[in-house]
Design a protein. Structure first.
Length: 263
């Protein structure tokens, strides 16, 4: 019984593992180190430029490149070696200063955002003040180049739809140090003529004529789905496309006009 009570007390002292358990510590990160029952050894340290920090009794401790759990194991092992009988050590990252991602474009406070563990794209956007009302329906993720041979050629940015982020379907996307999130301004097109709700609409990157008409509320009573024309700017000149089919693709800036049906 005494053992169970003591074990429970130690568990409460250590607390649950933080969600950033897989975060790799870097230079200038601040670590909160707790040694249960040893107030002289409980402290906050900053990782020095050489990737280590100084700790009582055991001297310099390597931190850069390790997780908090890995540093815990090292400190625990070294304290056991002639200093404490059964040291209970917990380490948490108190301040993230070494790794950042950059959020640019249509957000309220663009700039560098500290990368805190397994941060999601939505968390990074929230730290940047969230997208503005005129933000587009998708974002681009530009990965920081690496020194590996596979990274010799440029990598195309990843495009992720905002609705996938909001629904949680894109939670698998991992952010790395130096990545850049770009939130573009929404592109628009117009639907005019015999539709129920004419006006500008947000271009989501995959719009057919049929979808454009649907987004505008559908064809009005006197309109014809088979009589549509598109006004488009090509090389700075206005071009009118006739005999448009429902499966044709709409471009940003297009004006899709639904014409009246023949009686």
């Amino acid at each position: 019984m005494v053992f169970l009570i003591l074990a429970a007390a130690l568990s409460l002292a250590q607390g649950p593992r933080p969600p950033n358990a897989e975060y790799t510590v870097g230079v200038q990160d601040r670590l909160a180190i707790t040694v249960f029952g040893e107030s002289d050894l409980t402290r906050v340290v900053t990782v020095d430029s050489d990737g280590t920090f100084d700790f009582p009794l055991i001297g310099r401790v390597k931190a850069v490149g390790l997780t908090a759990r890995g540093i815990e194991q090292d400190v625990t092992s070294r304290l056991k070696n002639g200093y404490l009988v059964n040291p209970q050590v917990t380490i948490e990252v108190e301040a993230y200063r070494s790794q950042v991602v950059y959020v640019t474009g249509q957000v309220r406070t663009p700039g560098a955002v500290p990368l805190t563990g397994a941060m999601s794209v939505m968390e990074a956007l929230a730290r940047a003040g969230s997208p503005l009302p005129d933000a587009g329906p998708f974002i681009f993720i530009n990965r920081r180049p690496t020194s590996s041979p596979e990274a010799a050629s440029p990598v195309a940015p990843e495009r992720v739809r905002m609705e996938e982020l909001q629904s949680g379907r894109a939670q698998h996307i991992a952010l790395n140090d130096g990545d850049t999130l770009f939130v573009p301004k929404a592109e628009t097109f117009f639907v005019t003529g015999y539709v129920k709700n004419p006006g500008p609409l947000v271009f989501d990157g995959d719009v057919t004529v049929a979808k454009a008409i649907s987004m505008a509320g559908g064809v009005a009573e006197r309109g014809s789905r088979n009589r549509v024309r598109i006004t488009r700017i090509v090389d700075g000149k206005q071009v009118v496309l006739k005999n448009v089919k429902l499966e044709d693709t709409v471009h940003p800036g297009d004006a899709v006009e639904v014409l009246p049906r023949f009686f």
